[in-house]
Design a protein around this ligand. Structure first.
Ligand code: DI6
Ligand code: FE
Length: 405
């Protein structure tokens, strides 16, 4: 007997290589023990009983959405800085003047775990309302052992309190804290010798990230972080080529990184290295838009290299205070000229791959988690087409319907 059976659905399975969106027009999904036991056309549905039967009346079903790059847990906000930028100050100028990430660091260090949890949950709720079932959350605003671990504990707690799977990423190499001004190498020593081992030993780290950029860390400093992650058996990912080409993507590929993220300034060598390493390109249209970037990421070159392209909110207070993944689909199509199908793959199949979760998430296939998003739409392209409209009917996590938000 199945635990649940979803029938009369139009399935956007997002399985590659077949019909657009991997679509099955009159389909059904059977669930056992939280996983997809069977998926296919209604006509071929095995005749077995089910404890729960859901007639979806022709609604579209996609895999549960995956937001693979967020800084969701942080203190404070940067609205005042937003005003400064509108008066002409650049993102880099503000960062060099001690604003930017450092002002969020001060607010994060000062906040209690309960305060961080409440603030993060207020940002998580609108994301979940759009059919997300997996969210990646980075540290990177503590920049000292206890505060970094506080962020990661809050991320884990969010997954215990909400119908969402959380993947945590250790990003202490996000910015240089004020107490290490002028001593970046010493800070990286503290990151690799003290902070990462402690966070890993506490079971708080699923992956390790760094910000390889002029206002972040050099490739050499980034490589020290990658070496430490590799020694602990942790996968890596990288904020790479966001504002300039420091060959971060080449370095990330050398460490078989799960993903390289931003990539507005990536060049042919970075693209070739990522393609050879199987590293996913995570594009972040919210940061591109909010920073008024003009250099487009090379989507066509990424396509030609057959690099999986994922999309994410990059939800963070400085460069992308965004809590709508659906809006990112529209921005990816409008700014980056990605097709609606590519954009939807970017928040399902490719986003799961960017988190090392391709075996269990990202498509509607037998054996994978029964994480689904059920939509009141006539065609999947509507998910990228509309601006500020949420057509979600219901989310299903592990085969269980999530309470309407
Ligand atoms: N690049 C970004 O756009 C964010 N972090 C990063 O490495 C910005 C983070 C912030 O400004 O708070
Ligand atoms: Fe980011």
């Amino acid at each position: 007997m199945y635990d649940a059976l979803f029938t009369h659905a139009r399935l956007a399975t997002m399985r590659p290589g077949g019909a657009p969106y991997g679509a099955i027009e009159e389909g059904a999904i059977a669930v056992e023990n939280g996983r997809i036991a069977w998926v296919g056309p209604m006509a071929a549905l095995p005749q077995r009983d089910a404890r729960e039967r859901h007639d979806l009346a022709g609604r579209w079903v996609t895999p549960g959405l995956v937001d693979c790059h967020t800084h969701l847990v942080h203190g404070g906000d940067r609205a005042a800085e937003f005003e400064l930028r509108l008066q002409g100050a650049s993102y880099e100028e503000i960062a060099r003047a001690g604003g930017g990430i450092r002002s969020t660091v001060a607010a994060t260090r000062a906040a209690s775990e309960a305060e961080l949890l409440a603030a993060a949950e207020s940002r998580l709720k609108p994301l979940l309302a759009e059919g997300l079932t997996v969210v990646e959350i980075k540290s990177g605003y503590g920049l000292e052992r206890e505060a970094e671990m506080k962020q990661l504990r809050v991320a884990r707690t969010l997954g215990q309190r909400n119908p969402v799977r959380i993947r945590t990423t250790f990003l202490a190499a996000h910015a240089l804290p004020p107490e290490y001004e002028g001593r970046a190498d010493d800070y990286i020593t503290a990151v690799v010798e003290e902070m990462l081992p402690a966070a890993h030993a506490a079971g708080l780290v699923d992956a390790v990230d760094a910000f390889c950029e002029r206002i972040g860390f050099t490739p050499a400093q980034t490589e020290r972080v990658f070496k430490a992650a590799a020694a602990l058996g942790l996968p890596v990912k990288l904020h790479a080529e966001q504002l300039s080409d420091l060959k971060g993507a080449v370095l990330a590929a050398r460490y078989k990184a799960l993903s390289a993220d931003h990539l507005e300034y990536v060049e042919a060598d970075g693209i070739a290295a990522m393609a050879a390493a199987g590293t996913v390109a995570v594009l972040l249209p919210g940061a591109f838009y909010f920073l008024r970037e003009t250099k487009l990421p090379p989507v066509e070159a990424l396509r030609q290299a057959r690099i999986p392209i994922a999309l994410s909110t990059d939800c963070n207070p400085g460069s992308s205070p965004a809590t709508s993944l659906l809006l990112m689909l529209n921005m990816a199509a409008t700014f980056f000229r990605m097709t609606p199908e590519e954009a939807l793959a970017g928040v399902t199949r490719h986003a799961a791959q960017a988190l090392g979760m391709a075996a269990s998430h990202g498509t509607i296939e037998a054996g994978k988690a029964a994480d689904l998003a059920i939509w009141d739409i006539e065609r999947p392209a509507e998910l990228a087409y509309r601006i500020g409209f949420n057509p979600l009917h219901r989310t299903v996590k592990g085969g269980v319907s999530c309470p309407p938000r």
